[in-house]
Design a protein around this ligand. Structure first.
Ligand code: HEC
Ligand code: HEC
Length: 295
């Protein structure tokens, strides 16, 4: 814009509008920019037809090309599954002992198993598998139900003391106090004896009386020397490794009320949600087996 008096020769034409003596040059956009502008409008309309664009109340227009991030992720996952199909098939069908013997298979199983463990097992056993009170440490070689590939595979497939799988591992320690199988002084003696098995210095007369209580009531499951029995899931109570605590109060509580550790089954048939495939169960079996305590 410029004042009329300042318009020089060679300036563009004015539009003829004039305010307070100020006139407006007529400076149209260059042709090519006008066309680019029209093209962007056409492109924009085409884009919103081809791709998901206009928001609705529940969702948005889907677009003629049917493109979606969800479908892309699903396709990526399917591609990985397909690439892993042959090795998963082999993992699910070979003898369990062959998994540990074959470096390619065990390498794959261990890393796939680590992912399964973090997703399905870590909330109970801890992300480092060290467990906690009532949840066994899977890093050591102290096993409740056995530490061979077969043992671990069975435990994971069917679980422990659950109602979902008729083949679940099952055993029940009697509640000696609550069910009045033993008098309180006898429980006290048994606690002292159990503590002495791990090398704790205890009152000798209580330990001696406790040994008799133990042999009469406990040895059938925990064995004469306290080393336990995989077959019944009866823990070794002479190794100073405790699932429910080794102090006087915890042991008294264990013997008085008993314990009842439950683990869900993971097989597709038994778990209501159909959680893990055979290949996944075997992968996590191999992972747990190599953590340190595999037999
Ligand atoms: C809801 C909690 C829970 C989840 C989830 C769970 N566990 Fe367990 N697990 C337990 C309990 C409790 C025990 C011990 C039961 C007992 O006292 O005998 C156990 C025992 C075990 C044992 C036997 C250890 C031994 O010493 O014999 C293995 C192996 C095992 N779990 C592996 C797994 C794997 C692998 C997963 C994931 C696929 C898993 N667990 C998920 C609770 C759980
Ligand atoms: C019928 C077999 C059976 C008998 C008999 C039995 N127990 Fe047990 N005991 C078990 C089982 C099974 C467990 C594991 C329970 C669990 O994991 O939830 C257990 C667990 C324990 C624990 C816990 C160990 C830990 O690591 O925390 C102690 C201690 C124990 N028993 C002591 C005794 C004593 C003492 C007696 C005798 C007065 C006895 N038990 C009799 C089967 C038995």
């Amino acid at each position: 814009m410029t004042k009329k008096s300042e318009i020089k020769k060679g300036d563009p034409e004015t539009t003829g509008h004039s305010w307070d003596g100020i006139e407006e040059f007529n400076n149209p956009l260059p042709r090519w920019r006008v066309w680019v502008f029209y093209l962007t409008i056409i492109w924009g309309i085409g884009y919103t037809i081809a791709y998901p664009a206009w928001p609705g109340i529940q969702s948005s227009t889907a677009g003629l090309l049917g493109w979606s991030t969800r479908a892309n992720v699903a396709a990526d996952i399917a591609a990985v599954d397909e690439a892993n199909a042959p090795i998963n098939e082999r993992l699910a069908s070979v003898e369990l002992t062959e998994i540990t013997a074959d470096p390619e298979l065990s390498g794959y199983a261990t890393s796939a198993g680590a992912a399964v463990f973090q997703t399905w097992c870590a909330q109970c056993h801890g992300s480092g598998a060290a467990g906690g009170k009532g949840y066994p440490n899977l890093l050591d070689d102290s096993w409740l139900w056995g530490g061979t590939m077969e043992d671990i595979h069975y435990t994971i497939t069917h679980g422990i003391r659950n109602e979902d799988d008729p083949d679940a591992r099952w055993s029940e320690m009697p509640a000696f106090g609550r069910d009045e199988l033993l008098e309180e002084p006898q429980i006290e003696q048994a606690v002292n004896y159990v503590m002495s098995l791990s090398g704790e210095p205890r009152d000798a007369s209580l330990v001696e009386a406790g040994e008799q209580v133990y042999l009469d009531n406990c040895a059938a499951c925990h064995m004469d020397d306290g080393t336990g029995d995989y077959f019944q899931g009866a823990p070794n109570i002479s190794d100073a490794i405790w699932l429910y605590g080794g102090d006087y109060e915890s042991l008294y509580d264990t013997i008085y009320n008993s314990r009842f550790g439950v683990m869900p089954p993971w097989s597709e048939e038994a778990s209501p949600a159909g959680r893990l495939s055979e290949a996944e169960i075997r992968a996590v079996t191999a992972y747990v087996h190599q953590l340190g305590g595999g037999e």
